[in-house]
Design a binder for this molecule. Structure first.
Ligand code: TMP
Ligand code: ASP
Length: 237
């Protein structure tokens, strides 16, 4: 599959056209941002890890009944995916308190919830991705009621599956962000990535952070943390 012109560049990935109007190639970068893009840096090797980890997890989710955009891994950093229009909602599932939840509600990090929570943000950089509920999403026509219901069903199922995959490798899945897209025929599929950029992953015994919080919070050791997750998940770097 040939890469044609670049059609989009985001904070962590570039997207290229292909000869097939229904397929695009994503190319993962080592660039890392946080605090709404204010903090910029590099996590060396992250692009290759996030590409391979996303593809590994999406293939397993697909087999378990979650439709995804994944088509074929081309190389360390590049993957063919279905062309979708992204539903402008960031879907966040939480199992344990951390990050903006702990801050917003004034609780410590690390409290295990009785049941997972779900929240949506409006994916809009100019507005700094404001939190919204389903009624707001409907009012703004970001998706239909049926699409939002399906997205919620998929998101909770992804949580059950991912939690189990992570537990197998000694990791607690604290929280994560998903994005969904619509293919040309209107099918809702899981899109974007599932990686230490988009999940909080804590070692189940030491509670060490194995994710992008090491970069967000200037803790050091981000590269090693990403490599550790990759090693546990795929038995190599
Ligand atoms: P939060 O606690 O900052 O709201 O983040 C919740 C989860 O969502 C965490 O796993 C990190 C992920 N996330 C993203 O992937 N992209 C983002 O822009 C933000 C704010 C969070
Ligand atoms: N990726 C987001 C940003 O650039 C935030 C984050 O992941 O913390 O601001």
């Amino acid at each position: 599959m040939q890469k044609l012109e670049q059609i989009y560049e985001g904070k962590a990935k570039k997207v290229f056209a292909t000869e097939d109007p229904n397929l695009v190639i994503v190319s993962y970068k080592d660039d890392a941002t946080a605090l709404d893009g204010l903090k910029k840096g590099t996590i060396i090797g992250k692009g290759a890890i996030n590409n391979r980890m996303t593809n590994n997890l999406m293939s397993r989710l697909e087999k378990a009944g979650i439709p995804t955009h994944f088509v074929e891994e081309l190389s360390d950093r590049e993957t063919v995916v279905k062309k979708v229009s992204i539903v402008p909602l960031e879907v966040i599932i939480r199992n344990i308190s951390a990050g903006s939840f702990a801050k917003r509600y004034g609780v410590e990090e690390g409290i295990l919830f009785d049941a997972p929570t779900i929240e949506f943000s409006y994916k809009n950089d100019d507005l700094h991705d404001p939190l919204l509920n389903e009624y707001h999403a409907l009012a703004l026509k970001l998706a239909t009621k049926e699409e939002i219901d399906l997205i919620k069903t998929y998101a909770f199922k992804v949580n059950d599956l991912l939690k189990a995959y992570m537990k197998e490798i000694g990791i607690d899945l604290v929280d994560f962000k998903l994005e969904f897209g619509k293919t040309a025929d209107g099918t809702i599929v899981l899109a974007d990535e599932i990686s230490p950029d988009t999940c909080r992953l804590w070692d189940e015994k030491t509670h060490d952070k194995l994710d992008k919080d090491r970069f967000r919070r200037d803790m050091g050791g981000a590269e090693e943390a990403y490599e550790e997750v990759m090693r546990r998940l795929m038995g190599d770097k």
